[in-house]
Design a protein around this ligand. Structure first.
Ligand code: ATP
Ligand code: MG
Length: 411
């Protein structure tokens, strides 16, 4: 029989790696709930058009990364490559327009057919937030501040930089697109084949290319800032002054665009230099036209999503897990009595374990292995007197205690 393996680009998470991703999502939940966000869970697959229409026909995701399949009924379905499209689809199909402004967050697996490498998987986890129906620049500030607090709570604030840019409103975007096309046409021969195609269909995407030849051309491309109209410039200035007021350090990155087609005004990324080319751990922006495009009316939106595994890779110290109390029966006939004591400890909120088998020596070794702090040794003779032995595994001290007093003694 051939050896069973996981699919390329997918991983089993267990032990410390899982503890790390769990810490990331726990802290994310804690922080965003404090800002009033509520969790929404949407299906892992949707009709293909939910993504194809909404991520734009030219994004990398739609053109080459989606896992699409036909189900047995002949429907074209796609495993979600990101969370925003599904969240907005749910917003529209459940008629949540009455609840604006709406603050929602989601988490779960995403799927993209990409070349696997460090920090780039085919199944990965995103945690993301969407704020719908809030138009002011202060909303942008708040959403960036929330991302920043999240990374701060993870202990990563010294390792990441906030980069921001503005793509302006539709008018500014059109003006910029025109200038960019002129410039790129003048450098047509230097572009990669992919970018030549992008130039036809969505020239802004060239700015996002990871190919060296494109990067060289892009380095001297016209700056977005020069094409912003006054309303867009004002909006961006308010975002930056808000960040200043909250003491959030940022860098304006004029080259920042973002891979998806629907962004307007503020776009931002939290970037580290510790993960090579996969340095973006969290990314987001304002998407004022998306909800309308999905049939949900004129509702503005802003949000971000982070790569949970990428963030987990940056964590080096997990907080210590609580040390258990181990209950050890000396003979088989006191097994049930020992279980009863274990359960009493647990029901009183303590982390208690009991080895399932083996002699007392084996169980003591096991207790040390799981870093237990105390052992409760249950012997038939002591038990007959209503007592057990309590042993401190750090210093070896032990004493007989009454079973009835066990909670008092272990504290
Ligand atoms: P990249 O430029 O690295 O391809 P992206 O622009 O495609 O990222 P987004 O669609 O903005 O990424 O997704 C948000 C976040 O999800 C990223 O910043 C990253 O942390 C994470 N992410 C995206 N794709 C992957 C992947 N294939 N494997 C692991 N994490 C990913
Ligand atoms: Mg990508």
């Amino acid at each position: 029989m051939t050896k069973l393996q996981s699919v390329r680009g997918t991983y089993d998470l267990y032990g410390e790696a899982k503890r790390k991703t769990k810490r990331v999502t726990r802290i994310a939940e804690e922080v965003v709930e404090k800002y009033g966000f509520e969790e929404i869970e949407t299906p892992i697959f949707e009709f293909t058009e939910v993504f194809a229409r909404n991520l734009g026909d030219t994004s990398d995701i739609v053109t080459k990364e989606m896992y699409c399949f036909e189900d047995r009924g002949g429907e074209s379905l796609t495993l979600r490559p990101e969370g925003t499209a599904g969240a907005i689809r749910a917003f529209v199909s459940n008629g949540l327009q009455q609840n604006l402004p709406l603050k929602i967050y989601y988490q779960g697996p995403m799927f993209r057919y990409e070349r696997p490498q460090k920090g780039r998987q085919r199944q990965f986890t995103q945690f993301g937030v969407e704020l719908l129906g809030a138009e002011t620049p202060q909303a942008d500030v708040e959403i960036i501040a929330m991302a920043y607090e999240f990374l701060e709570k993870l202990g990563l604030d010294g390792q990441v930089t906030v980069e921001v840019n503005s793509l302006g409103d539709d008018e500014s975007r059109d003006a910029y697109r025109q200038k960019l096309v002129e410039y790129l046409n003048a450098h047509y021969d230097e572009l990669s084949d992919d970018s030549k195609a992008r130039l036809e269909r969505n020239p802004l995407r060239v700015l996002d290319s990871k190919e060296d030849c494109d990067k060289n051309v892009v380095a001297n491309a016209p700056l977005y800032a020069d094409s912003l109209n006054s309303a867009s410039r004002e909006f961006f200035a308010s975002v930056l002054s808000g960040l200043d007021r909250l003491g959030i350090k940022y860098r304006v990155n004029n080259r920042l665009v973002r891979g998806l087609d629907y962004y307007t005004h503020t776009v931002f990324e939290l970037v580290t230099d510790k993960l090579g080319a996969q340095g973006t751990v969290l990314a987001g922006g304002r998407y004022n036209g998306l909800v309308e495009q999905m049939g949900g009316g004129n509702v503005t939106g802003i949000g971000w999503a982070c790569g949970v595994e990428r963030l987990a890779m940056l964590l080096d110290n997990l907080p210590e897990t609580p040390r258990p109390i181990v209950v050890i029966p000396v003979t088989d006939e006191v097994n049930t009595a020992a279980l009863e004591i274990t359960q009493k400890l647990r029901l009183n909120g303590l982390y208690a374990e009991q080895g399932y088998s083996g002699n007392i020596k084996k169980r003591m070794i096991k207790a040390n292995k799981i870093n237990a702090k105390l052992a409760v040794i249950v012997g038939p003779d002591e038990l007959a007197r209503g007592e057990v032995v309590l042993k401190n595994l750090d210093n070896g001290e032990q004493k007989n205690i009454a079973v009835a007093n066990i909670m008092k003694e272990v504290k």
